[in-house]
Design a protein around this ligand. Structure first.
Ligand SMILES: Cc1ncc(C[n+]2csc(CCOP(=O)(O)OP(=O)(O)O)c2C)c(N)n1
Ligand SMILES: [Mg+2]
Length: 643
């Protein structure tokens, strides 16, 4: 691989890590954007004693520790390799922000670097625009990125798809850019030395490299610079495996071999690292002794434990939109959770993340003590930056935008779920009730889509995501509590734009809303109910209004709020059956596709939902036209119980 010279120089001379403690937080980080190059990373990590030659021989096999695209395996030195091109280097941007933020918050000296490796694919992915812009704008001089510019990609040459001046592009975003021969070890070493000394801007090293360097055909002719070598073993791609290994100085009979001079180079580096790490740790200890309070805080943050928040004391104004209730909670979190960073994609005053912003200030190039990231209009970038902060550790990231634009973030949500990262996604304007903005802004199928992630298990066997759609202000407080307590998977909060009448309280609505922790619970029940009325979010209050009409006709109802189907289905069967009684007629109301509630309502019921895209009109008109009214609940339920 053409980038092998770079990673060799990086790992044998520059990257600082503790050979004995892979999760030492003072380590440099290396993010490999093109995850398809994981064999290159495995190789260099084998030289660093993290893998064996036998592990390399098991590459991509069932049960091996060397899968294709490993994503994350910190114990073996892998911070991240990104399967989806473009995301990985954006995680690096997030990690660089987190490092600067923690340094600013604690006064701890910042000595580590965040390295990223990007290829033609990552450079072309749209997300690189957001990552490049933010890194340049914030002057992330702790970020050094190497571009493996080999002019070849998967199915074409680079020249067939672009004529851009990549150096000029990054310079325009405020990066320091150098261009070198990426297969020249001395040039790489010089470029890295300069980049390390650079202040005030991120560095891009464009390394011109040769795809399939050293590859030869059977007749000895060169087989370099071929798309075919991107994804196939050399022999199958048209080159000769034997001739190529021979040409590179190896033994085709015994290709898995570490040469003595290489072994020596890495053994020497290991000794150097021990000294470097010992010195850095001493510096950290000196700092911790002079700053015991801050050091204690930092240790707690890095542990990833649930922050202490006085949830019961949060005062909610009644009958507000759940986005407003979320804003109230965020205002409290800004003061009680010092290691939280909230971002918004240019909607802070609308998604109400400004509740947090008002208690802090935005992060800027010269000041990382603020805890708010103005991400600009770049939802996927923002989500990946948050993932990067989470990968770095010590920071609790959250980000907000309109629910309909969760579509722009889905590829990152999936990665957060796969990597078990507790990023919080705040999605407001959760239904067609954004009416006047027309169908483009009205989410319909988004809730069903996001809830699929609640149904998908991660490799630990847990729901890969927690998705909560609270029904009123107190459920919103509880939803945030559950989100902050969820330290092992991402959480999505789906919130309303419009005001919602609070659900009826028996004694204390907050205490009752705490039952959201079971995913779903009975809000009200008239003895032996004739019918179960079930919903999440603002539709629950519409059911409450409909129930009043039904009761006038002597119908006994049970009203159930299900903020999270995934959480509900994780409860013991006896609990589930005590809430949604099997065989009982059930009516579900959803502002999403009917399928959103299918798993809860089952076959003995009826779901009233959206069957098409929305329409442009004020939301009260849409409620009437689309049947989201007490009267329609009454009508539909009467039909259901009669049949
Ligand atoms: C988002 C995304 N789209 C498509 C792919 C499939 N894919 C893997 S590598 C690649 C392009 C490879 O070109 P380059 O990045 O230059 O890597 P090189 O072939 O030079 O190693 C593509 C399209 C992917 N992994 N991620
Ligand atoms: Mg390439």
């Amino acid at each position: 691989m053409g980038g092998a010279d770079f990673v060799n120089v990086l790992y044998s001379k520059f990257l600082t890590y503790d050979p004995d403690n892979p999760s030492w937080e003072g380590r440099d980080r290396f993010f490999l954007d093109p995850g398809h190059m994981s064999p290159m990373l495995y190789s260099v990590l084998t030289l660093a004693d993290k893998f064996s030659l036998d592990d390399l021989k098991q590459f991509r096999q069932w049960g091996s520790i060397t899968p294709g695209h490993p994503e994350r395996d910190v114990a073996r030195g892998i911070e991240n390799t990104s399967g989806p091109l473009g995301q990985g280097h954006t995680y690096a941007v997030g990690a660089a922000i987190a490092a600067k933020f923690l340094a600013a918050k604690t006064g701890r000296p910042l000595t580590q670097k965040i390295y990223a490796y990007i290829s033609d694919g990552g450079i072309q992915e749209e997300i690189s625009q957001g990552a490049g812009r933010i890194a340049g704008h914030l002057g992330l001089d702790n970020l050094i990125m190497f571009f493996d510019s080999n002019d070849i990609q998967l199915s074409t040459t680079v020249g067939e798809v672009t004529c851009e001046d990549t150096a000029a592009k990054y310079k325009s975003w405020g990066w320091r850019v150098v261009e070198i021969n990426g297969n020249d070890a001395d040039a790489i070493e010089n470029a890295l030395t300069e980049a390390q000394a650079n202040c005030g801007s991120p560095s891009l090293i464009i390394g011109k490299t040769i795809m399939g360097k050293g590859a030869r055909k059977a007749d000895g002719e060169s087989y370099e610079n071929k798309c075919a070598t991107h994804g196939m073993p050399l022999g199958e791609a048209g080159a000769s495996f034997e001739k190529s290994v021979e040409n590179l100085g190896g033994d085709p009979e015994n290709p898995f071999r570490i040469f003595p001079e290489v072994e020596q180079l890495y053994a020497q580096r290991k000794e150097e690292l021990k000294k470097i790490v010992a010195q850095k740790q001493t510096e950290q200890e000196v700092w911790a002794k002079t700053n015991p309070e801050k050091a204690k805080k930092l240790a707690f943050w890095l542990s990833g434990q649930t922050p202490v928040v006085d949830w019961a004391a949060i005062q909610q104004k009644p009958n507000q939109a759940t986005r407003a209730a979320s804003s109230t909670v965020l205002g409290v979190l800004a003061n009680q959770v010092e290691n939280m960073i909230v971002a918004s994609a240019d909607l802070s005053n609308s998604d109400k993340t400004d509740g947090f912003l008002k208690q802090t200030h935005a992060i800027t190039k010269d000041d990382f003590s603020g805890a708010f990231l103005q991400a600009g209009v770049a939802e996927l970038t923002m989500a990946c930056v948050c993932i990067g902060m989470s990968l770095y550790g010590g920071v609790i990231p959250a980000c907000g935008t309109f629910f309909v634009f969760s579509d722009y973030m889905k590829p990152a949500i999936r990665m957060a779920a796969l990597m078990e990262l507790p990023v919080k996604f705040i999605w407001t304007h959760d239904a067609f009730r954004v009416g006047e903005d027309g169908p483009t802004h009205e989410p319909v199928e988004q809730e069903a889509q996001i809830r699929l992630m609640e149904k998908l298990k991660n490799h630990k066997g847990h729901n890969s995501m927690l998705v909560l759609r609270p029904a009123d202000v107190q459920e919103t407080t509880v939803a945030w509590k559950l989100a902050m307590e969820n330290t092992h998977t991402p959480t999505g909060l789906i919130l309303s734009r419009q005001n919602i009448t609070d659900l009826p309280a028996k004694s204390n609505r907050y205490e009752e809303a705490l039952q959201s922790a079971q995913g779903g619970y009975v809000v009200e029940c008239d003895g032996h109910a004739d019918v179960i009325l079930l919903a999440s979010g603002s539709e629950v209050s519409t059911l409450v209004e409909g129930a009043a009409l039904l009761r006038k006709e002597g119908v006994k109802v049970r009203i159930v709020s299900v903020p999270s189907e995934g959480l509900f289905r994780s409860q013991p069967k006896t609990y589930q059956d005590s809430v949604i009684i099997p065989g009982k007629k059930t009516f579900g109301l959803t502002a999403g596709l009917p399928v959103t509630l299918q798993g809860l309502v089952g076959s003995s019921g009826k779901i009233w939902g959206m069957e098409s895209f929305g329409f442009s009109a004020p939301y009260k008109v849409l409620d009437e036209k689309l049947g989201f009214t007490a009267e329609n609940v009454y009508k539909q339920v009467m039909n259901l119980i009669k049949n």
